[in-house]
Design a protein around this ligand. Structure first.
Ligand code: MN
Ligand code: MN
Length: 443
């Protein structure tokens, strides 16, 4: 059994052109809110695509297909949240002449990777009068940036160097450097002079009071654009490719596809990285809501039909998987591990241990997907997330399959997944798009 090198089966121009527009997207849309906004704008001119916006954090796109609406949908699902560091509700404090922000990390991060890097703050502050302020500091030209500090090697011997790596930077030590100029004067009544100054900057420049931060959602994300990586420019490096690489491919596939085999949904979930809970995550009723609304437009409004249509539907759960890192090969069983440059990776199952907490696609559906990919010239490989009992991880697949939807995971292999700078091969990025397009176009 041998898998193909995808570079042998593409026009390099096609790959590089797609990678370039993807890189621009990745540089701009770094949070779930920004991604919803980006795709809403992208889709706006299209009469043939309907959108469902769920609280500005998840998005469903619908486009008509050839088959009858009651014969089931084709679904491309991906998630648009990414590991990051959220600002706490009561975040501001001053210590040693410096004001910092308390944070709480979101998703599975290795904290040591996130210190000593320039960071941006993005999100919303909703004031008591319910007006909403968009915050985006750090990514615009001329903006200041923020950072999490780390202890210097000269003094880390006792407090850090001997610790396990998972304890090297405790989550509570991730406090964001925010400012250090005090208000002027000898007024002893003002105890926290830097804080005083920072609060006045927030008030004057951003119209934010300290207590407004209680009703804010501010996300600290790596600052700066995504880059071409490698002397041959063969890879893209950037923040949040898990899972915006699949989200972008799904949306582009829906927009570019002609003659959809079936009515098609692209579902972009929030909250995947924290277990898919919450009313914008895959565990919520978003999918049912969108499907029942589409059916209602076709004059079908009984719940039994919604359930039947879901049961007849087919889905690709588009999510990234681990690419083999030559430095860390020992965590993979190499015959069933994804390699960069070998195309989209199909995972029959994810999960951990004895196949716990996963969808496990049926052989019949795996065969169908493989045959669609081969017919349309998609280069693919198989993937399992690491050796048996090495660790593991999940996707939204099991939240789709619970409706009876035939579901399989297929997405782009990454190196340095969940780090501030994730790496993907351009040819795999392109093959993911090609695969999703094949899936929605082919019966
Ligand atoms: Mn993911
Ligand atoms: Mn992830």
């Amino acid at each position: 059994m041998k898998f193909k090198i995808a570079w042998d089966f593409v026009k390099e121009d096609d790959v590089f052109n797609y990678a370039e527009i993807y890189r621009e997207f990745l540089s701009k849309a770094k949070t779930e809110r920004e991604t919803v906004e980006y795709f809403t704008k992208l889709v706006a001119p299209r009469q043939d695509v309907r959108t469902y916006n769920f609280r500005n954090k998840s998005l469903v796109l619908y486009k008509k297909g050839k088959s009858d609406i009651l014969d089931g949908f084709r679904i491309l699902a991906a998630h648009i949240d990414a590991p990051r560091i959220d600002i706490k509700q009561n975040p501001l404090y001053e210590d040693t002449g410096i004001v910092l922000l308390e944070t709480h990390y979101y998703g599975g991060i290795k904290t040591y990777q996130w210190v000593t890097k320039p960071m941006a703050i993005k999100g919303v502050v909703v004031k008591k009068d319910r007006s909403s302020l968009r915050i985006n500091i750090g990514d615009e030209p001329g903006d200041p940036v923020f950072t999490f500090t780390d202890i210097l090697p000269h003094l880390s011997k006792n407090v850090q160097a001997g610790k396990k790596i998972s304890e090297a930077v405790h989550g509570e030590k991730l406090d964001l450097l925010f400012g250090s100029i005090p208000v002027k004067g000898e007024d002893d009544k003002i105890k926290e002079k830097v804080m005083e100054n920072i609060i006045s900057i927030l008030r004057q420049k951003y119209n934010i009071e300290e207590e407004d931060l209680i009703s804010a959602e501010l996300e600290v994300v790596p600052q700066g654009p995504a880059f071409d990586v490698g002397i041959d420019r063969s890879m893209i490096g950037g923040y949040g490719q898990d899972d915006r690489v699949c989200a972008y491919a799904a949306v582009k596939a829906l927009l570019d596809a002609e003659n959809l085999a079936r009515p098609t949904l692209v579902i972009l979930f929030d909250k995947e990285e924290i277990g898919s809970d919450g009313n914008t995550g895959a565990e919520s009723m978003i999918l049912e809501f969108a499907v029942s609304d589409v059916l209602k437009e076709h004059g079908v409004s009984d719940y039994a039909s919604v359930r039947k249509v879901l049961y007849k539907s087919e889905a690709i759960s588009g999510d990234v998987t681990a690419g083999v890192d030559p430095n860390w090969k020992e965590v993979h069983e190499l015959k069933n591990a994804a390699k960069l440059g070998y195309g989209i990776a199909i995972s029959k199952y994810t999960g951990s241990g004895g196949k716990y907490a996963t969808n496990d696609a049926h052989a019949e559906f795996v065969a169908k997907i493989v045959s669609i990919f081969e017919k349309e010239g998609v280069v693919w490989q198989v993937a399992e997330l690491g050796k048996v009992d090495e660790g593991g991880g999940g996707t939204v697949a099991k939240y789709l399959s619970k409706f009876g939807i035939d579901t399989i995971d297929a997405g782009t292999p990454l190196l340095s997944m969940h780090s501030p700078f994730e790496i993907a091969s351009k040819v795999d990025i392109y093959m993911t798009y090609k695969a999703y397009k094949a899936f929605v176009q082919t019966e």
